[in-house]
Design a protein around this ligand. Sequence first.
Ligand code: ZN
Length: 122
Amino acid sequence: MRLTYSCRQCNHSNKMSALLYADRIEMAKKKGVRFDLRCKQCGSNNLVHVDDVMAENDLTIPLVAIISILASALLTWLIWDKGFIEKLSLFLPFIAVAAITKQERTKIQIFNFAKYDSKRKL
Ligand SMILES: [Zn+2]
């Protein structure tokens, strides 16, 4: 998951790290309800409200997919002589990717659904 906000001047989509914030309430507690952020495209300062920050997919899922396929291939190669176990290791990347995809989707939904100030007009 990564967090983005659109610049008011040039509409550029700026990225923020999502590591520190699980949702907008947590973000408001740590950063404040409104905070200053400089646009990486045009350099203008934006006063960003936490509800203007949106969560979206990042490279976590494809990265986990590649790593788990490589790990599975290695594991299958190492235990090839052991019988039924190597067939099990072939399914591991699919299980891992399915689990991470579901977890990421849930995190993004939670972040985007829970507004800090539900009465605020856009
Ligand atoms: Zn800008």
